[in-house]
Design a protein around this ligand. Structure first.
Ligand code: HEC
Ligand code: HEC
Ligand code: HEC
Length: 133
């Protein structure tokens, strides 16, 4: 014979254990990412920050087209300093810590830009440079 009481207690413990991540975390999606500002101390982005937050992917595509189709490597001036338009040459020049900037948001939203299959993140670019020296 089996004991009804034990089975029900067992079931309750099972349900509580299985659903514990929900009780533990509440229904939040985890802490919001805090992208780290440029370690070089730059104060401005190429566009206002809220516009960048919404549209940086679109801007990157425009830049790629500008650079590749128009041929020329246009420069942009931010805070009195010139940057060459480009993913590595502008964005990553300031946002040099990809993990603590780009990746914090992308991991949070599960976005995986495929750009890094070809473009080098600053850390990789630096180690490549060492290898070829
Ligand atoms: C299959 C390889 C490949 C992938 C993937 C790729 N690119 Fe590129 N991209 C290139 C090459 C090659 C150039 C030309 C480099 C040059 O002329 O200096 C380029 C140039 C660019 C440029 C203009 C110049 C520069 O050096 O930055 C931008 C901006 C750019 N890509 C953005 C992106 C973005 C954003 C993604 C991801 C959404 C991406 N690319 C994915 C190969 C790639
Ligand atoms: C001259 C240095 C510089 C360059 C170049 C630059 N950024 Fe920024 N970026 C900043 C700074 C500084 C901020 C924060 C601005 C603020 O808070 O007002 C920022 C903010 C941002 C934000 C919003 C971050 C947030 O916390 O919401 C995104 C996204 C971003 N940049 C992406 C890019 C991309 C993509 C590129 C290349 C197309 C780029 N940045 C080029 C300096 C730069
Ligand atoms: C404030 C948060 C935030 C920061 C910081 C940020 N991104 Fe994004 N990024 C996003 C979000 C959210 C998306 C997805 C948007 C969508 O799908 O509409 C995205 C999408 C992209 C895409 C398009 C990917 C695709 O597969 O469509 C590229 C390219 C990209 N980001 C590049 C960058 C680069 C490079 C940096 C660092 C210089 C950066 N982002 C920093 C939030 C951020």
């Amino acid at each position: 014979m089996y004991n009804k009481g034990t089975i029900i207690t067992g079931l309750i413990i099972f349900v509580v254990l299985v659903t514990s991540p929900i009780w533990y975390n509440g229904l939040k999606a985890g802490p919001l990412p805090k992208p780290e500002l440029p370690p070089g101390g730059e104060q401005q982005c190429v566009r206002p920050a809220d516009e960048m937050r919404d549209k940086h992917m679109v801007l990157l595509n425009e830049w790629r087209d500008d650079v590749l189709r128009e041929g020329g490597r246009m420069t942009i001036t931010v805070g009195g300093k010139e940057y060459r338009k480009g993913l590595q040459m502008a964005c990553m020049e300031c946002h040099s810590n990809k993990e603590k900037f780009c990746d914090t948001c992308h991991d949070y939203t599960s976005v995986k830009p495929y750009c890094w299959e070809c473009h080098l993140a600053p850390a990789e670019a630096a180690s490549k440079k060492k290898e070829t020296l």
